[in-house]
Ligand binder design. Structure first.
Ligand SMILES: Cc1cc2nc3c(=O)[nH]c(=O)nc-3n(C[C@H](O)[C@H](O)[C@H](O)COP(=O)(O)OP(=O)(O)OC[C@H]3O[C@@H](n4cnc5c(N)ncnc54)[C@H](O)[C@@H]3O)c2cc1C
Length: 412
């Protein structure tokens, strides 16, 4: 059988980067991927557009987005940061563009282009790739990896890199296999939780406006009557509640808040308009429709899809003439626009989570090399380690930086 210096398990962004850069350093690398093709998850990133990274170039500022574990991520960021990612993709012929919030995308807005670059990189670096090759076990002895077992046989190499991803979107092949192997040889695991995940609400009507886009809104997070966070931006209703960028970014905080008490979201559909000014606008709108039914009066203020819902929630008879709407009724209507209360009942599971929080404890990894502190010839990269950030390209940057570092370190 052909000899390899390094086996890499997992052909996601982290595994492909690790394999390619290790091979460029002269190592003979075998990459094992259980799917028929590498990068199944990349294809669905950024709604099929793949937000590769973020233009926040200063490593310390970038690392702040990762909370308490950000500091440990710094060495990897210095080794292969956002500037290196941009240079890498551009050198491979992929033009990039920067969008709102520093989000960097391929210029054609197609995640397939990103995956193609990575597959080409792997192939041209001389990596031997085996797809449809699920690793079923990693075998250890005397604190060393001895071999990996697959349905295609057993593979041995002096070094192993595990990059099998987390638990989110399991249909892409990420079923958390790496956690079991890490635990088996003594690594501590931080409880894995769905992160960047849509939120479930008590309000059944969200299903009627499922996927309705809420642009430029403000959402406050309220715990036991006290506002603990507030975000501006985009969200959308889902079958069971609410999702979209600002909700995903608040989801870990919402998850924590749920363990402490009653949680509500308060939606302001018109954050750019001050309350007093909006109330006047509402009065003006109702006055303009003076002799019309209330049910036909909201077109100037609301998108069509939301009108029947607002009419129902207002409790005002849609047949009522606008001129006979009482002050209290108008107040109730005002609240729907500026302070719409949504009761949080929970959050979606791994099947709808963008990333997995938790994973292999950073205390058990030498973050300067991505080498395990428990098993001398073992390295980790990507989502499976305890490092997760907000939306905006931050999570793929974890894969590029840690994948690169694991690859070059293992090749030394
Ligand atoms: C819907 C969605 C949208 C996203 N959008 C973005 C975005 O725009 N920007 C961003 O920064 N992040 C985004 N993310 C997050 C990002 O995609 C992940 O953080 C990233 O893919 C993790 O990469 P990885 O290489 O660690 O693992 P993965 O991409 O999960 O790859 C792991 C690979 O290992 C393989 N594997 C697993 N077990 C085995 C085994 N036993 N044997 C062999 N192979 C195995 C899997 O098949 C898989 O191919 C998104 C995630 C989702 C779900």
């Amino acid at each position: 059988m052909k000899k390899h210096d390094i086996v890499v398990i997992g052909g996601g962004p982290a595994g492909m980067f690790a394999a390619g850069f290790a091979a460029r350093k002269g190592a003979r690398v075998l990459l094992l991927e259980k799917n028929r093709r590498c990068g199944a998850k990349i294809l669905i990133t950024g709604k099929g557009r793949c937000n590769i990274t973020n233009s926040e170039e200063e490593p310390r500022k970038f690392a702040e987005h990762f909370g308490r574990n950000g500091r440990a991520f710094l060495t990897a960021l210095y080794a292969f940061g956002t500037a290196e990612v941009v240079a890498f993709f551009e050198k491979q012929g992929l033009n990039l563009k920067v969008e709102r919030g520093g989000r960097i995308f391929p210029d054609r807005g197609d995640a397939k282009d990103v995956n193609r670059v990575l597959e080409t990189f792997v192939a041209e670096s001389g990596v031997e790739l085996r797809t449809s090759c699920e690793v079923t076990g990693v075998n250890f002895a005397d604190n060393k990896v001895i071999s990996v077992s697959t349905y295609q046989g057993e593979f041995t190499a002096p070094k192993l890199i595990i990059a099998t991803g987390g638990l989110s979107y399991p249909e892409t092949g990420c079923t958390g296999d790496g956690y079991g192997w890490a635990k088996q040889c003594g690594h501590r695991l931080i409880t894995q939780q769905p992160a960047l995940v849509p939120i479930e609400l008590a309000e059944p009507w969200t299903a009627e406006v499922c996927d309705f886009n809420l642009k430029n809104v403000c959402i406050s997070l309220v715990l036991e009557g006290k506002r603990i966070d507030q975000r501006f931006g985009e969200a959308f209703f889902t079958r069971n509640g609410i999702g979209g960028p600002i909700i995903l970014d608040m989801s870990s905080e919402i998850r924590d808040a749920l363990t402490k008490g009653k949680v509500k979201l308060v939606l302001d559909l018109k954050p750019a308009v001050e309350s007093k000014t909006f109330d006047k606008r509402l009065q003006r709108e109702l006055a303009e429709h003076n002799n019309k039914n209330f049910g036909n009066s909201l077109g100037g203020l609301l998108p069509r899809d939301l009108i029947p819902i607002f009419i129902r929630l207002s409790g005002i008879d849609p047949q009522k003439k606008c001129h006979s709407i009482s002050k209290d009724e108008r107040k109730q209507l005002f609240k729907l626009f500026k302070e719409l209360e949504l009761e949080v009942t929970g959050y979606e599971g791994f099947s709808k989570a963008i990333v997995t929080s938790g994973g292999i404890s950073l205390k058990d990894i030498d973050m300067r090399t991505m080498r395990s502190k428990k098993v001398e010839n073992l390295f980790f990269a990507g989502e499976m380690i305890d490092l997760d950030g907000p939306t905006g390209g931050f999570n793929l940057q974890v894969c590029w930086s840690t994948g690169y570092l694991a690859g070059v370190s293992a090749a030394e």
